[in-house]
Design a protein around this ligand. Structure first.
Ligand code: ADP
Ligand code: MG
Length: 257
């Protein structure tokens, strides 16, 4: 049975998609079966997995609205190492169209339940908002991974995210918890990065992953080749860090699930 994680932070550009795609590729390298769910209308995780978002016959949108079976929509990433439930801008209409649908926060969960036994991990890349789509991700997940940039405003907004997770835990999904905060785009030469990083460790203790993802240009270049950084340049510092994070994830899971 797959464990389901969502990668969330309502801020844009904080490394959610980079983390989702590279964790998928990293866990696949460690011989785990992974389904990546792109839940962002921008479709960056779809493109970053080498799937053309403009050429999709159907996407996660049809799955949420009950128009397609998830099994017919899932496809392999271009490397063939993991599978993807793709998204494109069609998905931006889902928020509005789901308003009249029954159990609208549970649509994704119901779809994922039907394929959960086929994977070890399901990773959901969330949009940059605490929206109905993100609620669907939280309702489906066992845990949330929060990527954070160690900068001055990093902690701003974190309490809104934590409160939303508490609300979902109380009302929609008793399994949901914060797995951890992942420091990304880290610049070890910047005093501020180090300062914020120390502050995170003080506040959140063992909820902060040990692995730190450095700022690394190879990670930023990889999406334009439709590849996760791990597959684009496996020896780069960024790829190595995400591979270490994948190992830390497996270590963390031991004895827990
Ligand atoms: P989000 O999904 O939260 O909007 P992304 O993962 O798309 O964030 O990252 C935002 C931008 O930063 C992208 O251009 C991405 O390639 C780049 N990026 C992400 N992580 C790193 C990193 N560790 N080093 C360098 N660039 C990064
Ligand atoms: Mg993104």
């Amino acid at each position: 049975m797959a464990i389901v994680f969502c990668i969330a932070n309502q801020k844009g550009g904080v490394g959610k998609t980079t983390t989702t795609v590279n964790l998928a590729a990293g866990l696949a390298r460690l011989d785990r079966k992974v389904l990546l769910v792109d839940l962002d209308p921008q479709g960056n995780a779809t493109m970053g997995s080498g799937i053309q978002k403009s050429e999709l016959d159907a996407s996660v949108y049809e799955v949420l609205l009950g128009l397609s079976d998830i099994k017919d929509i899932v496809q392999k990433a271009s490397t063939g190492h993991y599978e993807v439930l793709p998204a494109n801008r069609e998905l931006s209409g889902a928020e509005v169209e789901m308003v009249d649908i029954d159990r609208r926060e549970k649509r994704l969960k119901e779809a994922l339940d039907s394929v959960r036994d086929q994977y070890d991990f399901i990773l959901i890349d969330c949009p940059p908002a605490l929206s109905l789509l993100t609620l669907n991700a939280f309702s489906s997940a066992d845990g949330v991974i929060i990527p954070m940039q160690c900068e001055y405003y990093a902690l701003e907004g974190l309490s809104d995210l934590v409160n939303t997770i508490k609300h979902v835990h109380a009302n929609l999904n008793r399994n949901l918890k914060i797995i951890g905060l992942l420091r990304v785009m880290f610049d070890k030469r910047a005093t501020l990065s180090q300062h914020v990083s120390d502050q995170l460790e003080r506040h959140f203790g063992d909820k902060v992953f040990k692995t730190v993802i450095p700022r690394n240009v190879r990670l930023a270049e990889a999406p334009s080749y439709g590849l996760p950084g791990i597959d684009f340049d496996p020896s780069s510092r960024g790829a190595q860090a995400y591979l270490n994070f994948s190992k830390e994830m497996l270590e963390w899971l031991k004895g827990r699930y």
